[in-house]
Ligand binder design. Structure first.
Ligand code: FAS
Ligand code: PHB
Length: 389
């Protein structure tokens, strides 16, 4: 079997890369460990930056997003009982689109089917070979048989737990990591959202987030200790705790209902450098992870895809390798800016077990700056919408 670009991982970054390259006449094969149903069952991100919206339109995957997505001008943050509003559009001229990653993935699969792109699901034992030699290739098992895929390039879109990053020699790779001492317990409920925009809450009992997918589908999160398990949290226990972490007048409007999805996600900041090794390129969570507080994870992954797809098209169309040669350094510039923003918002709005009165004062000063300073609001808005990254 042979293709031009072998893509490992059929999540949003792998699927979008395949879509952009095939539309430019470049052949790909996507190797995905899970079934399509499993991939489509994941509930993750909910916020798209303007740049992501543009990129999905460019890939001919924007129709349902515009029909069913919800443009948002801003968001709320709370400091205990105080509600602070940041109007992104007023501060930086851009907003965001509320449209779930699950829907983006579904739209990508539908678009890929329309152009007949090649996906191989439920593959096992994926291994990368000859990354700096003349015959880069991938071996894998599927349906109990071993296979070899020869290619020009390999792109690792296989997420944090994938194999691609580890194919870069340890003495070449530099990993940076910060693991946060808490996780996010998230639920999805078929209930109306609490407010018309998202609410990020800093409360003495811990962080909470009120988000949504549509007028009858809400997404809520609360910060929980890393030792908590799903079975520790009944729906009623979740709703009671969530209410406590919102300002009283806001909590009074909460409409509760049964959870249709419930999960706990750990939080970490992680970057692995470089994002290229010979014929191997890394995109998305395979190279970097951010805490979801800044709504950057999915958007950062697709920003990598924007950069790498343009570089690969220039390589095949014009024999121009400058984009490929500069990919890692260019991608990492945006990655580190997004990592800093996500880390700073996470630090500002969560209650850390080891924080003291000084740390708490720092949080209050930062939140008050968002309430009183146009400059602080503009910096927050530019990072949250992605225009400043
Ligand atoms: P993904 O992890 O989405 O996709 C990688 C794909 O590779 C998967 O389908 C996997 O099955 C496959 N794979 C792995 N190993 C393989 C192998 N060896 N062979 C073949 N295939 C393999 N981001 C936000 O912006 N907001 C959020 O609220 C948010 N919440 C999140 C909650 C959770 C629980 C998680 C895990 C992430 C969350 N994220 C959030 C981040 C998330 O949205 C990622 O940024 C996004 O999925 C990145 O997309 P990919 O890079 O495609 O990686
Ligand atoms: C979500 O809706 O899942 C969501 C929104 C914003 C975030 C994180 C998650 O920062």
């Amino acid at each position: 079997m042979r293709t031009q670009v072998a893509i490992i991982g059929g999540g949003p970054s792998g699927l979008l890369l395949s879509q952009l390259l095939n539309r430019a006449g470049i052949g790909t094969v996507v190797l995905e460990r899970r079934s399509r149903e499993y991939v489509l069952g994941r509930v993750r991100a909910g916020i798209l930056e303007a740049g992501t919206v543009d990129l999905l339109e460019q890939a001919d995957v924007g129709a349902r997003m515009h029909a069913e997505g919800h443009p948002h001008r801003g968001c709320y943050l709370t400091d205990d009982q105080q509600m602070i509003h940041v109007d992104f559009t007023e501060s930086c001229g851009e907003g965001v689109m509320v449209y779930g990653q699950t829907e983006v993935t579904r739209d990508l699969y539908d678009a890929q089917d329309r152009i007949g792109a090649t996906h191989l699901h439920q593959v096992d034992n994926v291994a990368l070979h000859d990354l700096t030699g003349d015959a880069p290739h991938v071996t894998f098992d599927q349906g109990g048989k071993g296979h070899r895929l020869d290619c020009d390039m390999i792109v690792g879109c296989d997420g944090f737990h994938g194999v691609s990053r580890l194919a870069i020699p340890e003495d070449v790779r530099r990993d940076y990591e910060r693991v946060y001492p808490f996780g996010w317990l998230g639920i999805l409920s078929e209930t109306p959202p609490l407010r018309d925009e998202l609410i990020y809450a800093n409360h003495p009992r811990g962080f909470a987030l009120a988000s949504m997918r549509n007028p009858m589908l809400s997404r809520y999160y609360i910060q929980v200790p890393l030792t908590d398990r799903i079975e520790d949290w009944s729906d009623d226990a979740f709703w009671d705790e969530f209410r406590r972490r919102m300002p009283d007048d806001v909590a009074a409007d909460l409409v509760t209902g049964p959870s249709i999805e419930k999960s706990i996600a750990p939080l970490r900041s992680f970057v692995s450098e470089p994002m290229r090794w010979g014929h191997l390129f890394l995109c998305g969570d395979a190279a970097h992870i951010v805490p979801p507080t800044g709504a950057k994870g999915l958007n950062l992954a697709l920003a990598d895809v924007r950069l790498l797809s343009a570089a690969l098209i220039a390589h095949y169309r014009d024999g121009d390798d400058s984009g490929l040669d500069e990919y890692s350094a260019q991608a990492l510039e945006r990655v580190w800016r997004a990592v800093r923003f996500s880390w700073s918002v996470t630090t500002m709005i969560h209650r850390f077990p080891d924080h003291d009165a000084f740390d708490r004062r720092m949080q209050q000063v930062e939140l008050q700056a968002l309430a009183t300073s146009d400059t602080a609001r503009r910096l927050f808005a530019e990072c949250y919408t992605g225009v400043g990254l």
